[in-house]
Design a protein. Structure first.
Length: 213
């Protein structure tokens, strides 16, 4: 190889190598929570499909400490988001409601998150015929109540659900849902106008929840 050509190739190699080093030193963007994860929450305001406008800011309080990618989001943490779809039931069209949560904050931390309201909720205990002696070893809420650490969502020793609330989730009566490929969830009902209250424990999810047991 001619000396001149050698120095040209050496210079090119140094530029490429230097670029690779700089690329490796570039900071990665902050990670946000996005996985198959459930959050039992209580809304901090009533929401009514067709009456609560799209764009309305909403909040929900986390009822049980939840483990997400090694971080415990404590009970009492506040999810913040907005209503992204709201339509009242008509004679020809179903009621539609969608809520997306974009962030969660608590006393000692916060995180970006993309979670959606699902058709799941935790009904009053007597509504599902349960007693205080019922057992369900595969249910994360019950495992939390027992103070074990076998659930991926609920760390052991977490808070106990409010008295009278079932630890088995169920589908809201007369409500179905659609899920898009990007995770967006919309609740739909052809029978009733969808309403959320401030006393029911609903389920937010970053992806479709597993089937209830």
């Amino acid at each position: 190889m001619q000396p001149g050509r050698f120095f040209v190739w050496a210079a090119v190699w140094m530029v490429v190598a230097g670029g690779a080093v700089l690329w490796g030193q570039t900071k990665a963007p902050a990670a946000s929570f996005r996985s198959r994860q459930e959050f039992p929450v209580i809304m901090r305001q009533n929401v009514v499909a067709g009456k609560t406008p799209v764009g309305t800011k909403v909040e929900a309080k986390l009822e049980l400490a939840t483990l997400v990618k090694g971080t415990v989001i404590p009970a009492g943490a506040i999810f913040s988001g907005e209503v992204t779809e709201s339509a009242a039931k008509t004679a020809t069209d179903p009621s539609r409601l969608a809520i997306r949560m974009d962030s969660v904050h608590w006393k000692k931390g916060s995180a970006s998150i993309q979670a959606y309201l699902t058709e799941w909720y935790y009904p009053p205990r007597m509504a599902v015929g349960e007693s205080s002696t019922d057992t369900d070893g595969d249910n994360p809420l019950r495992r939390t109540m027992r103070g074990t650490a076998t659930s991926p969502n609920f760390p052991g020793g977490g808070p106990v659900p409010p008295l009278g609330v079932s630890d088995k989730r169920a589908v809201i009566k007369d409500v179905d849902s659609t899920r898009q490929s990007d995770g967006v969830v919309t609740l739909i009902s052809r029978h009733v106008n969808i309403k959320l209250d401030r006393s029911t424990m609903y389920v937010l999810a970053a992806d479709e929840p597993a089937a209830a047991k």
